[in-house]
Design a protein around this ligand. Structure first.
Ligand code: NI
Ligand code: MN
Length: 218
């Protein structure tokens, strides 16, 4: 599949289906595309309801008819807006249009439900771990063991989630073969250094540093 880092925590996965994760486009100063550029989507996955993650999630589903996937409280709010939803929660896996979404723990807050999650999305036999916002947690060892993601996207801003040093430890716990740092330099409050992160990563993991708008072929 092809993965585009739209900017911040927003990803677009293109394979047999088109999947958006945490599509914060409107109001995102680093977004490489806007809502107007979204013409097709099959699934929209949201890790938690902070504005920089829920973003344009509802609007993309309204525009394209995509299925909205999130945990119970956010999905319930989406259903009230008339969207097609798949509700789930941590520990579960749902399959939508052949795309498998597994919800995994994150150590963070949120409004609806009071919590946040990460997700492992599998499409065309490839697995992407999107950590959402999270601190470093031992749960990552289990996520690595039980889902074996092919690539992980980890937040490294050091204020609302992990410092580069802690994110490098997450790479080790997750046993990731490939990792992309994200969720940094979008705003002044979240300045961080992907190079510092790369220097902390040990072992065989390939650290891939992208710019917003870059498309990576997995
Ligand atoms: Ni958050
Ligand atoms: Mn965030």
């Amino acid at each position: 599949m092809n993965i585009t880092w739209i900017g911040h925590s927003a990803l677009k996965l293109e394979g047999s289906k088109i999947v958006y994760i945490d599509p914060f486009l409107s109001g995102n100063p680093k977004a490489s595309m806007g809502l107007a550029n979204v013409d097709k989507a099959d699934v929209v996955v949201v890790t938690h309801d902070h504005g920089d993650h829920l973003g344009d999630g509802y609007a993309i589903c309204q525009k394209t008819g995509a299925v909205f996937v999130s945990f119970f409280e956010i999905a319930e709010a989406a259903a009230k807006k008339g969207l097609k939803v798949e509700m789930m929660n941590v520990g579960g896996t749902v399959v939508v249009d052949g795309v498998s979404i597994s919800m995994v723990p994150a150590f963070h807050t949120g409004g609806l439900g009071g919590t946040a999650t990460g997700v492992v999305v599998e499409m065309d036999c490839q697995k992407v771990y999107h950590a959402g916002d999270t601190g470093l947690t031992m749960e990552m060892k289990l996520i690595g063991e039980m889902y074996r993601p092919d690539i992980g996207f980890l937040p490294i801003d050091g204020r609302f989630n992990m410092t580069p040093r802690l994110a490098a430890k997450a790479v080790e716990l997750l046993a990731l073969p490939k990792v992309v740092p994200f969720h940094y330099d979008t705003f002044d409050a979240v300045k961080s250094s992907p190079e510092e992160f790369k220097n902390y990563v040990t072992g065989d993991c390939e650290v891939i540093i992208l710019k917003p708008g870059d498309r990576y072929e997995l």
